[in-house]
Design a protein around this ligand. Sequence first.
Ligand code: HEC
Length: 218
Amino acid sequence: MENEPLIQHSYDGIQEFDNPLPGWWKWMFVGSIVYSMFYALFFHIGAPGRSMTDQYDAALAANTRLQFSEIGDLQPTADNILLYSSALAKGRKSWLSVGQTLYKTNCVSCHGLDGIGKVGPNLTDDYFKNVHKVEDIARVITQGAGNGAMPAWGTRLLPNEIVLVSAYVASLRGTEHEGGKPPEGSEIPPWPEPSASAADTPAEKEAEAGQPDAAKEG
Ligand code: HEC
């Protein structure tokens, strides 16, 4: 160490060795800056679809399409909502848990765990403000309600996701929970039974009839 060159200044008696960074290190540093410019140009400023987030979104959309190809494009009808909400729908239980996951991700903040109500109304009782028939659930979710107090999900969820989360909401009715929000709105008649023809229709038939590639846009 004693032979190493010193820089010719001292601050309060503290001196500095003249040790430049090794060349290879410096050039790696410069190289990474140059590389980052091409990287940013190609992946972030270049054609859309190249960035990691774009690729992730595309992969996710493809996966959702694949997943939903089994049930096709569900229309938000009373039959579909009731079918996917009922235990009667054998093999559809797993689709109800998809609805539950959607609910947990998007709705719990306002409607509470298990739908007991928070900012939004309690979804477990027989009283509703905007819902008179079971298909109104899907309409409210798609379009929103209460001047935006209930956000519109039509552009944020896929049509199938709206049906499945509606099915989950329909299934919450009549479940008992402690500490739920008091009823709001007026009492409505019980959900009807899904029509026999709908219950007979295997999901595959719907898949054949529908186009399973209506993916989320954008
Ligand atoms: C930002 C808070 C908020 C979020 C998030 C939210 N809601 Fe709501 N929701 C409300 C409010 C507030 C109302 C009552 C609107 C009114 O007063 O008419 C409502 C009403 C509803 C209704 C009709 C209830 C009735 O009594 O008529 C349903 C069904 C519903 N929401 C389902 C959902 C679902 C499903 C989600 C998730 C995809 C969701 N909400 C997310 C706040 C929210």
